[in-house]
Design a protein. Structure first.
Length: 184
C-alpha cells in the first residue's frame, strides 16, 4: 500500500504498534527505495488518524479498534487494500472465501479460467499476491480471481462492494477472537 500511494503522489505516514526493530526488514526496504514516508512505530498517535485523509486498515485490525473509531468519528475515509482494489479495478472479479479451502479453491478456479481465457486471468488477494499491485496492468478484458479473508469481507460489506462472481467454500467457527460470533 505504501508503494501504491507514493506512486499516486500521496504523502504517506505508516503507523504500527510494532517497533522499528520488529519491522526492520520492511522499514529498510521502504527506506532503500527512496520513497518519502513518515514512520510512527511502536505506538499509534491519534493525530495520524485525525490529520490524514485516508486510513488504510490492516485486515487484522477490528472495526471497533479505538483508532479506527476515532477516524470514523472524524469522517475519514477508511479502506483496506481489498476495498480500494474493488473500487479501482476495471475488470471482472471472482471472489472466493470460506473458513477452510480458500487457497486450494482459488488456485483451481484460477487454473480453470486461465485454461479458457489465458493470460487475461490474474490470481491475487489473500493468497499471497497483492491485488493492488496488479492495477496498472489491468484492463476491462481481465478477470481477477481473488482469495478474500473474512476480515477483508467485512470492509467490503461496509463499503457495499461485491465481486462479480463469488464462491463460499464453507463456514466454521473460527477467528472468534476477531468476529463477535459465528453469525457475524
Amino acid at each position: 500500500m505504501v508503494d501504491f500511494f507514493v506512486e499516486q503522489g500521496a504523502i504517506v505516514t505508516v503507523t504500527d504498534g510494532k517497533t522499528e526493530e520488529q519491522l526492520k526488514e520492511t522499514v529498510t526496504k521502504i527506506n532503500k527505495s527512496g520513497k518519502q514516508v513518515t514512520f510512527h512505530l511502536g505506538e499509534h498517535l491519534e493525530s495520524d488518524f485525525l490529520n490524514n485523509d485516508i486510513i488504510i486498515r490492516n485486515p487484522a485490525i477490528t472495526p471497533d479498534n479505538h483508532y479506527i473509531q476515532l477516524a470514523i468519528k472524524a469522517r475519514k475515509t477508511i479502506e483496506m487494500e481489498m476495498s480500494l482494489f474493488f473500487k479501482l479495478a476495471p475488470c471482472k472479479i471472482v471472489g472466493i472465501s470460506g473458513t477452510k479451502g480458500k487457497s486450494t479453491t482459488t488456485t483451481l478456479t484460477y487454473l480453470m479460467l486461465k485454461e479458457k481465457f489465458g493470460d487475461k486471468v490474474i490470481l491475487a488477494g489473500n493468497i499471497g499476491k497483492s491485488a493492488i499491485r496488479e492495477l496498472p496492468n489491468l484492463t476491462t478484458d481481465n478477470i481477477v480471481v481473488l482469495e478474500i479473508s473474512s476480515f477483508q469481507l467485512d470492509v467490503l460489506r461496509a463499503a457495499k462492494l461485491s465481486p462479480h462472481a463469488a464462491l463460499l467454500t464453507n463456514i466454521y467457527e473460527d477467528h472468534l477472537n476477531w468476529h463477535k460470533n459465528l453469525e457475524e
